[in-house]
Design a protein around this ligand. Structure first.
Ligand code: GLY
Length: 355
């Protein structure tokens, strides 16, 4: 069973197909929209697990197809990896009707999306997320990016794919920490935008990888919210900032600890904790709702980390800051976000340290 959600962006609208074996929708779509050649961007781990299954599909298409296999992890979101990928595309003679398949988690999606947006000033792109995090967040909405030592995702573009296929069956091999990291992004969407999703998560007995969560239902709910936001505010002029709930501090934590120490969702959990504390002070989040939010947050495991002393420095460098001001995303009740302009983002760090 698959479900399809449409991201409505005029002539750049696209479907998100979600469900067990969703990849089976790929060939019919490509038959309708033929391409000249393709490159699949994939990391070593996903290649070992799912390469054969995926290339078994694309090999059925009688067009030159190439593979760009890179090391796993955030370090591949770099200028040097982007350069290698674009040079591979050029050496393989890829033209403007070529297709980039981004097969993997957030790292692959961001890197391949950026390459697709800049190579020949834009070639075609299909996102095939293989982690919970990339299914509910990063593969949808067109954000692409790489990291520089000054901050995460500081170099990137907005570039929409022409389809997203979230095949739930591949999540069975997801590492526990990656599962919970994705769940943190689901919780973000629930807290900032969707009280119904929050209540559903609260009702689930075991939130673990092989637990009781109805994954298709959860991914569909998250993607519905994401699609709605992207349709209204593709370039993040306002409303889309709601998806940054927990991220200003989260990105600061990731950058200050060094990329890869914490999973992205783990850092966002810390950011959401701080944002919830400030939500009670600044937006009147009622204490019973605060407690419910914290209770759910506490059900997602988080490794022990010591916060670096210079965390503030990294929080202020978040790309969403304008001058020294940051739009703080808080909630006034579960599922209802509120924006507060912060002239001193250190309040986020202090809220967390004071806990
Ligand atoms: N990950 C947040 C966004 O796509 O806007």
């Amino acid at each position: 069973m698959t479900e399809t959600i449409r991201v409505g962006l005029g002539n750049r609208s696209y479907p998100i197909t979600i469900g067990d074996k969703a990849w089976s929708g790929l060939l019919p779509l490509l038959e309708k929209n033929p391409f000249t050649s393709s490159i699949t961007v994939i990391d070593e781990r996903v290649n070992a697990l799912y390469g054969e299954r995926f290339f078994g599909l694309t090999d059925k298409i009688d067009k030159p197809s190439f593979r760009f296999i890179h090391p796993e992890g955030e370090q591949s979101k770099s200028f040097s990896c982007l350069e290698s990928l674009c040079r591979d595309m050029a050496r393989n003679g890829m033209d403007r009707e070529s297709m980039v398949f981004a097969l993997g988690g957030g790292v692959v999606g961001d890197l391949a999306g950026l390459a697709a947006s800049v190579y020949l000033r834009g070639v075609r792109l299909i996102q095939l997320p293989t982690t919970l995090l990339s299914m509910v967040d990063s593969s949808v909405g067109g954000k692409t990016g790489i990291n520089i030592s000054e901050g995460k995702n500081l170099v990137g573009t907005f570039y929409q794919p022409e389809a997203v296929f979230a095949d739930i069956s591949v999540l069975g091999t997801l590492d526990g920490r990656d599962w919970y990291s994705g769940l943190a992004e689901v919780l973000k969407i629930a807290l900032a935008l969707d009280a119904g999703l929050f209540e559903y998560l609260e009702s689930v007995g075991d939130l673990g990888p092989a637990g009781d969560l109805d994954v298709t239902r959860t991914v569909v709910a998250a993607c519905r919210q994401k699609a709605r936001i992207v349709e209204l505010d593709e370039k993040e002029a306002g409303l889309r900032k709601a998806l940054n709930f927990g991220h200003t501090l989260g990105h600061g934590v990731e950058a200050s600890l060094g990329y890869g120490v914490l999973r992205h969702g783990e850092a966002v959990l810390l950011g959401m904790r701080a944002a919830l504390i400030l939500s009670t002070r600044m937006c009147g989040l009622p204490s019973d709702q605060f407690q419910r939010a914290i209770n759910l947050l506490d059900r997602i495991p988080l490794p022990d980390v010591e916060l670096p002393h210079d965390l503030n420095r990294f929080v202020i460098k978040d790309k969403k800051s304008l001058g020294n001001r940051i739009t703080g995303v808080f909630i006034k009740e579960i599922g209802k976000h509120e924006f507060v302009s912060l002239d001193d983002p250190s309040v986020l760090v202090e809220a967390l340290k004071a806990e």
